[in-house]
Design a protein around this ligand. Structure first.
Ligand SMILES: [Zn+2]
Length: 199
């Protein structure tokens, strides 16, 4: 029986590690691959390989891109005086889809979670401070998720940046507590950005 095949079981185990994929879905997808044509499966495999071969982090803002600097950092029409700080590159995608922001970004690559051992040193906070020290930045907009850890991360960063004489603002208005930016609709994002408040 296919279910007892080690090859099949290990595919299910790998799929089960993916975000949002439970054991049932993992089994369904695994069966799909068994039935699919060789071409279909190989094309997925090469797309996965290409992600690891081609996608890098921008060394300035840590956005995901195929070249360094990323197209946003390189775009002279984007306002270098504003930096919008987000937890993950997925959050940038949400703002870009909404088309409501014309400044630059900074990806923290996570948020401070002391219980999981994630301290400020694990995040791109030092690099953010360096960018602000560079002098061109006038406003830092903290757009970490509106929950306890996101708020704590924003507070930590605001304390680090406030001696540098830059304006520090926090978005969040309209985004439900515990909500995630990457799943927030365009209108809510726009309102959250417009309604940002001084820290
Ligand atoms: Zn960049």
């Amino acid at each position: 029986m296919l279910k007892r095949s080690p090859t099949f079981e290990s595919l299910i185990a790998e799929l089960n590690k993916l975000p949002g994929i439970g054991r049932k879905s993992a089994e369904r997808i695994a069966y799909h691959f068994v039935k699919a044509s060789r071409e279909e499966v190989m094309s997925l495999a090469s797309a996965l390989k290409a992600v690891k071969d081609n996608i890098i982090s921008c060394s300035t803002c840590f956005n995901l891109a195929e070249k360094d600097p990323c197209p946003i950092c390189e775009d002279p029409s984007r306002d270098a005086a504003q930096i919008l700080v987000v937890e993950d590159a997925m959050d940038i995608a949400a703002f870009e889809r909404a088309g409501v922001y014309k400044g630059r970004y900074h990806v923290l690559q996570g948020r401070i979670v002391p219980l999981k051992g994630i301290t400020p040193e694990h995040l791109r906070i030092r690099e953010l401070v360096e960018r602000v020290r560079g002098g061109a930045v006038k406003e830092v907009i903290l757009a970490t998720d509106p929950d306890v850890e996101g708020d704590a991360t924003a507070l930590y960063i605001s304390r680090l940046l406030s001696p540098l004489g830059v304006e520090i603002t926090r978005i969040g208005l309209g985004i439900p507590m515990g909500g995630s930016l990457e799943y927030t609709d365009s209108i809510t994002l726009e309102k959250a950005l417009e309604g940002r408040k001084r820290f």
